[in-house]
Write a protein that binds this ligand. Structure first.
Ligand SMILES: Cc1ncc(COP(=O)(O)O)c(C=O)c1O
Length: 676
């Protein structure tokens, strides 16, 4: 048919194959060829032609063959009647000699010859060469039928490296010099596994797995091991299909990426499968069977040292893992799920807004965005808000606002931002520069210039610095979260605020972790009696959805003009609706509840064995423990309580409304873990 195509159509056909060619070039494809697909001479020529084409485009082709019909034919000529038990050929000494003659002799050499005739370079190997296939007796009743024990893949790799197509006949050997008749499909699965092949094509004379064996339209194009196992139970995979499917599963388990069971009697089925999007037959894929942890490891950049738990569902302060084990959650997603998992009111706010407008862009006005900004300003006395998506972005915006204010007021050389040692302000290059912990800077230099970190609780260093640099802003967390849940001294924070006020320096307070009720006040600076120029927050603000907010006070309220700053998602209506539902509940009663729960924990842990110190405020607490904090956290988790670490401390950030009963239980488990 290709002969009937015009030149441009031919070119079109070739370009369409290009992505597939790229995909398979340099990859190993094992083709198991045998049975009826090998009977027709014309088909055999075509298959060999296809394989040579694959080889020419750089695919590492390995051909594994059987030859059942030829064995039966020669046995007939020699006057032997084949005998089968459960589909397996009973193989006495004479028969195994015939098997060896036919497979390693006639069939192997014929295929090698055909590949060469079509322009390929092929070398034949039997399972005896280089002890490629080691086997032992499978079942005494069957004689020399072998069960594969080991594949010595070295010779095959050598041939591939030298650019040959290895053609392998599936006979096995043992230490005593016996030869075995081994199942060709199984041998192909083992060989493909040993080669870590990209694909194995199992060429049979059926289309693949059909849900209804009489209806080709019910072909299952892709299947995982677990789905195949289910089909066994349902009886969809039965009779002769069972050993074939077992082989596919075996190959996947041995590390082959995909295995295709397909009809080799269809013209050019190999090329159709590999070089078109049509595919052929049923593809077994290992991917679907990866566990969540395996998928995570395979596909997610390795930046998090995750706990060995897959969480699947939660309600309030309780959460269950994929195996059904329940935990009391003392982490709230690092202070994000303000009212725990799947809180009813929060869900209602989110789903009702999602049903109206999920997003508009900031080129339009929306009600939740305006309403939330008003609420934040009313509750804090700040004047304007810029919405973003995260704590780092909220801080970036604050730094930009402060620098613009300073540049306009004091000139372009006034840009230094002073932060505190041990602080944490985010992971963007600028907020990393602001973060006063060297360990986060390494590998990412140069960071944004103009940041200096000073010691906490000592105003002297700041004053000395102020004499040398033009300071635009001071950025601090009143309670350093990532830095070990350490509250700054009230006197120090007040001195800093006065220093900033005196010198017209913008005071930015980072309330990303400590904000939104976490410490028993709406924002932690409210414990300190100061009024910052800028407050940044995120985490718990929208109770589990991404929302950052930079609250701008009087001095900087008008610093930004159109085009100065922006964010596609910032102020998203669903996130804002969620945040309104959270803020509306952070009333005096709720905040008193947070303080009381914090007090309860402080008392529970005070003087408890193995606990040296309790730090923090409200429900943002750190425990300095005698045992290493990670060890305590592991022990807690094993006993049903999820906790965090921060530096060398155990960190607790439960939901603001955690039930007292859960809190008491959690405290007991934590105490026991510290004491043990
Ligand atoms: C105080 C503080 N600021 C900023 C950030 C950065 O927030 P995000 O991870 O949302 O960018 C964090 C995160 O832990 C934080 O604790």
């Amino acid at each position: 048919m290709i002969n009937e195509l015009s030149n441009s159509e031919r070119a079109e056909v070739l370009t369409q194959a290009l992505p597939y060619i790229k995909r398979y070039t340099g990859k190993t494809v094992v083709v198991k060829y045998g049975g009826n697909a090998m009977v027709s001479e014309e088909l055999k020529q075509q298959v060999m032609e296809d394989l040579v084409l694959l080889w020419l485009i750089g695919v590492k082709v390995v051909l594994v063959h059987g030859g059942g019909p030829e064995i039966t034919e020669l046995m007939g000529k020699l006057g032997k009647t084949p005998e089968f038990i459960d589909g397996l050929r009973v193989t006495d000494k004479e028969t195994v000699d015939i098997v060896q003659m036919v497979l390693a002799g006639k069939v192997n050499k014929t295929l090698v010859n055909l590949l060469e005739l079509h322009g390929g370079r092929a070398i034949g190997l039997s399972g005896l060469d280089g002890r490629l296939i080691e086997a032992s007796v499978k079942d005494e009743k069957l004689g020399y039928v072998g069960e594969i024990k080991k594949i010595n893949i070295g010779p095959v790799n050598d041939l591939l490296e030298k650019g040959y197509i290895p053609v392998i006949s599936t006979i096995g050997c043992d230490e005593q010099g016996n030869t075995y008749n081994v199942n060709g499909d199984t041998a192909a699965a083992w060989i493909a596994g040993a080669l870590n092949a990209e694909r194995m094509l199992l060429m049979t004379d059926i289309a693949g797995i059909l849900r209804d064996k009489d209806d080709p339209a019910t072909l299952i194009p892709e299947i995982s091991i677990s789905e195949a196992e289910q089909l066994y139970k349902e009886g969809v995979i039965s009779e002769g299909m069972i050993p074939k499917v077992n082989c596919c599963i075996e190959a996947i388990k041995k590390g082959v990426k995909n295995v295709i069971i397909m009809n080799g009697c269809v013209n050019h089925s190999v090329l159709m499968e590999l070089l078109t999007d049509e595919g052929a037959g049923t593809m077994f894929t290992g991917k679907k069977d990866m566990s969540i942890k395996e998928k995570d490891a395979a596909y997610i950049a390795d930046t998090y040292a995750r706990f060995p738990v897959v969480l699947s569902a939660g309600k309030g302060s309780y959460v269950t893992d994929e195996k059904g084990a329940e935990y009391i959650d003392m982490t709230s997603g690092i202070g994000v799920n303000s009212f725990g998992f799947a809180d009813d009111k929060w869900q209602e706010a989110v789903s009702s807004q999602a049903g109206k407008l999920q997003h508009t862009s900031n080129l339009f006005y929306t009600e939740p965005c305006a309403a939330l900004a008003e609420k934040l300003c009313d509750k804090t006395g700040m004047k304007k808000v810029f919405f973003s998506n995260s704590g780092a972005e909220a801080n970036e915006c604050a730094i930009k606002a402060a620098r613009k204010y300073a540049a306009q007021k004091k000139g372009p050389d006034c840009f230094t931002v002073v932060t505190m040692k041990n602080s944490f302000h985010g992971r963007t290059l600028t907020t990393l520069a602001a973060t006063g912990q060297e360990k986060y800077h390494e590998l990412y230099n140069p960071l944004t210039p103009g940041f200096v970190s000073v010691d906490t609780n000592n105003i002297f260093e700041l004053e000395v610095l102020g004499a040398k640099h033009k300071i635009a802003a001071i950025l601090l967390e009143c309670i350093q979260g990532e830095g070990g849940v350490t509250a700054l001294k009230k006197s120090f924070v007040n001195e800093v605020a006065e220093y900033a006020e005196r010198n017209d320096i913008i005071l930015i307070v980072d309330e990303v972790q400590s904000g939104n009720g976490r410490t028993g006040k709406l924002y932690s600076y409210m414990h300190y009696g100061i009024q910052p120029d800028i407050v940044t927050t995120a985490k718990g603000l929208a109770g589990g959805l991404p929302l950052g907010a930079t609250l701008l006070g009087e001095k900087v309220q008008d610093v930004f003009a159109h085009g100065d700053h922006g964010s596609t998602f910032g102020g998203n209506p669903v996130c804002c609706a969620a945040a309104i539902s959270i803020l509306d509940r952070l009333d005096d009663g709720l905040l008193a509840g947070v303080a009381a729960r914090g007090q309860y924990l402080q008392e529970a842990f005070k003087d408890a064995p193995g606990i040296k110190e309790v730090t923090g405020m409200g429900l943002m607490l750190g425990l300095k423990t005698e045992k290493p904090a990670p060890q305590v956290v592991d022990a807690c988790r094993e006993n049903g309580v999820l906790c965090l670490t921060a530096k060398d401390k155990v960190r607790l950030l439960p939901a603001l409304n955690i039930p007292m009963e859960a809190l008491q239980k959690a405290a007991e488990v934590i105490k026991a873990a510290c004491a043990e």
